[in-house]
Design a protein around this ligand. Structure first.
Ligand code: ADP
Length: 622
């Protein structure tokens, strides 16, 4: 039998779907259920049977244990009465009466009556040798035994022959059963004078037995019930009597004229020691010989089995049913757990597969995103390259525009000395013609001075016009300041002004050509020194600072500052207030800073002097 839910072997994915499968499964389920029902029934029946057997065994033991009490009571009842006939058989008055003494007979009658009353014997009487009753305890009653002949009684013959005899019989007068205890008067059968008889009725004992609840009976050696708590069973036989036996018993009037029917108890083959009565009631039948009873007596005690067996069986069946129910419930629970765990595992597996699929999807997505990103990065790099080249182009365009302005200025700047050179040269020629060599030489010296001036202008412009393709590398800003101050060393030395540094950039570097950067710084510091001139108390401060993104450098002075008119043309070429100035320094400085990706500006709103600030992006090694 299998308690498995669903197929135990390899799972069939579409098991539920196919109608043939569903039908087969329903049949298997039905068979399982039927087997379960049969199993439960067998268990319950087996439990009932076990309970029945153990109850019967217990009842048999109980019956056996109750036997001695019933037997002892019977024996006690008999023993109590046995002494009296023995004593009376020795009584001289009884002998006298038996010998025909009328007075003695009267005395015996009276004695027997008293004895009967005090011993609660049924009746006591004396029979002479011929079987005739000569004295009786009931001599006064209408049912008096006196004069009756009991020669036919077996106890009479037995007592005469053997000295004593006991017999169970129905009273011929009373019609009541009893045990007759007889004693011979006289030493031997030959000298016997008569017999003393005492009848014991067992009614009280039988009533006690009846009160005990369990049917009890005593069977004699021939299997005839001689005493019983069930009146109907009296004088019934345990076995079939032969016609001869029955006739003999009737002859002795032992049991009246009763039919001597068989006892309505049949052995039950279901269990050893079981009997069933006419009404179908079942008993456990325990028996034992009655020691001290009449020879061959056997006492039977019957305990009804039906009620206790039924009670025990129903209890056992209930317990078995409950146990089976518990086991089934536990099994169902375990199965439920197992199937739930199986479902959970399946669910986990399903989730794992789902997760794997998701991961694969994500990986694919990520791959695609990565590809897109790579493409974007490439695109951006290309764009940056384009921007860079654009910026270079812009710087160049700016420079060319500046150059355009410069060219116009240069034309103007150079035209004057050129015109002067022409005039001075022409005049020098005239002076030579006149022989005035001195003046001619002076004119020529002026011409030389003018050409030097023109050379100065063209040199500066050549430097400016050179494209900013000098090698760029990270340059520490402090090192650039050092370089600029070195170049300006003699100039600073000659000036009364004080140059002060406030270094806050640490090792911060910018990406630049060091020479060009120094050129910017030299220009700005020189302008400051120019502005301060020879005035005392002049001061130039070079301050640096750096943050995450960039570097800032400020060159400030406490000179006269820059007037609004100068400020308007500050970064235009040839704007100068200096007698020998070219007005190109700031223009070129601004151009270089722009080329490095930074800004150069005049700080606005200062109380005194002028300050220029350069801001450059941080340079990192490419
Ligand atoms: P140059 O020095 O040849 O005149 P620049 O372009 O360097 O040419 O300077 C332009 C003008 O700007 C200067 O002539 C001067 O009037 C003014 N200037 C520059 N720096 C300062 C400064 N620190 N203080 C006052 N004026 C200044």
């Amino acid at each position: 039998m299998t308690f498995q839910e669903g197929p135990a072997a390899a799972p069939v994915p579409d098991a539920g779907g196919h109608p043939a499968h569903a039908y087969a499964r329903a049949i298997v389920r039905g068979l399982e259920l039927a087997m379960l029902v049969v199993l439960v029934a067998v268990l319950v029946i087996a439990a009932g049977e076990l309970a029945r057997r153990s109850t019967l065994t217990g009842l048999a033991e109980e019956a056996v244990s109750r036997l001695p009490l019933a037997a002892t009571a019977l024996r006690g009842e008999l023993d109590k009465q046995r002494a009296l006939p023995a004593i009376l058989s020795e009584d001289p008055t009884v002998r006298e009466a038996l010998r025909g003494n009328a007075a003695a007979t009267l005395l015996v009658d009276e004695k027997l009556r008293r004895l009967q009353l005090s011993t609660r014997a049924a009746v006591i009487y004396v029979i002479d040798r011929d079987g005739r009753t000569i004295a009786a305890s009931n001599f006064e009653e209408t049912t008096s035994f006196v004069g009756r002949n009991y020669r036919f009684r077996r106890y009479f013959e037995g007592a005469l022959a053997q000295g004593s005899a006991e017999q169970v019989a129905l009273g011929t007068v009373s019609g009541r059963p009893g045990v007759y205890i007889a004693r011979r008067v006289g030493a031997s059968a030959e000298t016997a004078e008569g017999v003393v008889v005492l009848k014991v009725e067992l009614d009280d004992l039988e009533a006690d037995w009846k009160a005990g609840g369990a049917p009890i009976y005593v069977a004699d050696s021939r299997g005839i019930v001689v005493a019983t708590s069930v009146p109907d069973w009296r004088f019934k036989t345990l076995r079939e009597l032969s016609g001869e036996e029955a006739a003999e018993i009737r002859d002795s009037l032992q049991f009246g004229t009763g039919p001597l029917e068989p006892l309505p108890l049949k052995a039950d083959s279901a269990f050893p020691g079981l009997v069933v009565d006419a009404g179908g009631r079942q008993f456990v039948d325990a028996s034992a010989p009655v020691v001290g009873g009449l020879p061959g007596w056997r006492l039977h005690l019957l305990l009804p089995t039906v009620a206790p067996v039924a009670a025990a069986q129903s209890l056992a069946r209930l317990v078995a049913g409950l146990a089976v129910a518990l086991v089934l419930a536990a099994a169902a629970l375990v199965l439920r757990r197992l199937s739930r765990r199986r479902a959970e595992r399946a669910e986990e597996a399903r989730r794992a597969i789902e997760l794997e699929a998701k991961v694969a999807d994500r990986t694919r997505d990520l791959g695609a995103a990565n590809d897109r990103l790579t493409a974007e990065i490439g695109e951006r790099a290309r764009a940056e390259a384009r921007v860079l080249s654009l910026r270079d182009d812009l710087a160049q365009a700016n420079r060319l525009a500046t150059l355009g302005q410069i060219t116009a200025g240069v034309a103007h700047e150079i035209n004057q000395p050129l015109a002067a050179i022409r005039t001075y040269s022409e005049n020098a020629g005239l002076f030579l013609d006149r022989g005035d060599v001195e003046t001619a030489r002076a004119n020529l010296a002026t011409v030389v001075g003018l050409t030097r001036r023109i050379a100065e202008i063209t040199d500066t412009l050549r430097g400016f016009a050179r494209r900013g393709d000098a090698v760029q590398a990270p340059v520490e800003i402090e090192a650039a300041v050092d370089g600029a101050l070195l170049i300006l060393g003699s100039r600073i030395h000659a000036s009364p002004a004080q140059v002060v540094r406030r270094s806050g950039a640490g090792g911060a570097a910018v990406l630049a050509s060091r020479v060009r950067l120094e050129q910017v710084l030299v220009n700005l510091v020189r302008n400051a020194l120019d502005a301060l001139g020879e005035a005392p108390g002049g001061r130039v401060e070079i301050a640096t600072a750096a943050d995450e993104d960039g570097v800032r450098l400020t060159i400030a002075d406490n000179g006269p500052g820059i007037s609004d008119s100068v400020r308007a043309t500050l970064f235009t070429p040839f704007a100068t207030t200096k007698p020998n100035g070219l007005g190109l320094g700031l223009v070129i400085a601004g151009d270089i800073v722009t080329e490095l990706g930074g800004t150069l500006r005049l700080d606005a709103g200062r109380a005194e002097g002028a300050a220029f600030t350069i801001e450059l992006p941080r340079g990192r090694a490419p």
